[in-house]
Design a protein around this ligand. Structure first.
Ligand SMILES: CC(=O)N[C@H]1[C@@H](OP(=O)(O)OP(=O)(O)OC[C@H]2O[C@@H](n3ccc(=O)[nH]c3=O)[C@H](O)[C@@H]2O)O[C@H](CO)[C@@H](O)[C@@H]1O
Ligand SMILES: C=C(OP(=O)(O)O)C(=O)O
Length: 420
């Protein structure tokens, strides 16, 4: 298994180009099965999760090109087999987003249940209940969610008990081909939901309200293949901004979407960073200062994103004073805390809250990446720590960060991949 070796090399400085968003690319790729003809997608990031999605789509029988310079074509007309097998699904929970589009277009879908993961149980009950409300018969047999409908799904009013990003996306995508009007209430408002809605509308769907907590979808009979550019990755952007802040450096993120990460930018300003926003760029400059501690509480958009919580734990571990980080989305998303403690961070877990007493620096150590953002926070810690940090199990990192070692090296970091 590959590892990442990180050594402190002073403040980061320079420019980094942000990739397309993993969490927008995945639902858009999976919703491509709804089209009648070829979809051409641009700004698709070269990630392990994208490779898994391509493999899943090919397993269904779709003709999918290789990803070249961020561009991918998908011809779903050849789909013949509506089954997403366990071997691929177990590596990527987002595979559940095939369920809605497949049953809406083909009337049947079998998608393996992905199982629990490091950050929490992550059930899919809301996905299932929403499809049932639209008239599908859904069973769970031998580890697979099996959805069936005779003819078209029916428009329905669906109240989501919990705000769910992929739940909203799955049901919104399914409802585009339903007979009648669907309302999704208490919908997720994440920018990636809006990006998926924009793509579906360009394909001919009639969706309004994406980005608010009530989404209205008027079903249509068919959707067309189109060209679409995936939005920039706000979490990747936030990760490079935090990396620059933790090293007391500066960075300009190009091809970014500042309006999608305002809660993160505000917290970075509170930490003492000078942040500037352009149309498609964000710059951050610590002017050599050590970060001030910032307390955060994760919650659905437009509040502070859970996918940036781990990175802010590292920033706070290096800040001048005390802070409190509260996780409200996933029950087990502090797996990075014991690893940061091994690097000398002073932090205490109390249920869903982590109390942090910042230190001037950390010490390099061998650490284990437990999930995607935990991995990122350990890499950031390594950029500052004395000695050498070796982050093991970086396949997590490869799920969500395109060429992280090259991008960091471009900012002056001393980072290298140790091949297994
Ligand atoms: C591919 C993708 O976009 N992943 C993102 C998505 O994950 P994902 O869509 O899986 O996360 P959800 O928004 O669904 O999860 C939010 C909460 O709802 C609960 N829940 C969810 C579905 C369900 O049927 N029942 C249920 O109880 C979950 O356990 C969790 O406590 O949003 C998360 C929250 O912003 C992010 O961390 C992930 O990066
Ligand atoms: C938790 C994440 O992703 P996923 O939902 O794909 O596991 C993430 O992007 O931080």
């Amino acid at each position: 298994m590959d590892k990442l070796q990180v050594r402190a090399a002073g403040p980061l400085a320079g420019e980094v180009t942000i990739s397309g968003a993993k969490n927008a690319a995945l639902p858009i790729l999976m919703s491509a099965v709804l089209a009648q003809d070829t979809m051409t997608l641009g700004n698709v990031p070269q990630l392990r999760d994208v490779a898994t999605t391509i493999a899943l789509l090919r397993q269904l029988g779709a003709e999918v090109s290789d990803l070249e310079n961020g561009t991918l074509t998908i011809n779903p007309a050849t789909i013949s087999h509506c089954v997403a097998e366990y071997d691929l699904v177990k590596t990527m929970r987002a595979s559940i987003m095939l369920l809605g589009p497949l049953v809406a277009k083909y009337g049947h879908a079998d998608v393996s249940l992905p199982g629990g993961c490091a950050i929490g149980a992550r059930p899919v009950n809301l996905h299932i209940q929403g499809l049932e409300a639209m008239g599908a018969e859904v069973t769970v047999e031998e580890g697979y969610v099996k959805a069936r409908v005779d003819g078209r799904l029916k428009g329905a009013t669906i109240l989501m008990d919990v705000v769910s990003v992929t739940g909203t996306e799955n049901l919104m995508a399914a409802a585009t081909l339903a007979d009648g009007v669907t309302f999704i209430e208490n919908a997720a408002r994440e920018p990636e939901v809006v990006d998926l809605a924009s793509c579906l509308n360009a394909m001919g769907a009639k969706i309004s309200g994406a980005g608010t907590d009530v989404i209205r979808i008027e079903g249509v009979e068919k959707l067309n293949g189109i060209r679409y550019q995936v939005m920039p990755d706000r979490i990747e952007t936030g990760t490079y901004l935090v990396a620059a802040a933790a090293t007391r450096g500066q960075v300009v993120c190009r091809n970014a979407a500042p309006e999608t990460l305002e809660p993160v930018l505000l917290k970075l300003e509170e930490a003492g960073a000078k942040v500037e926003r352009g149309d498609d760029w964000i710059s951050l400059d610590m002017e050599g200062r050590r970060a001030k501690p910032v307390s955060i509480k994760t919650a659905p958009h437009p509040a502070f994103p859970t996918d940036m919580q781990a990175q802010f734990c590292t920033l706070n571990a290096l800040a001048e004073g005390h802070s409190k980080v509260t996780e409200t989305i996933f029950e087990n998303r502090f797996m990075h805390v014991p690893e940061l403690q091994r690097m000398g961070a002073v932090m205490d877990l109390d249920g869903h809250t982590c109390l942090i007493d910042g230190r001037e620096t950390l010490q390099g150590a061998q650490v284990m990446a437990t999930d995607l953002r935990a991995s990122a926070c350990l890499v950031i810690a390594g950029l500052v720590a004395s000695g050498t940090t070796v982050v093991d199990r970086i396949y997590h990192l490869d799920r969500g960060y395109e060429q992280i070692e090259h991008k960091l090296a471009g900012l002056g970091a001393d980072v290298s991949r140790l091949k297994a």
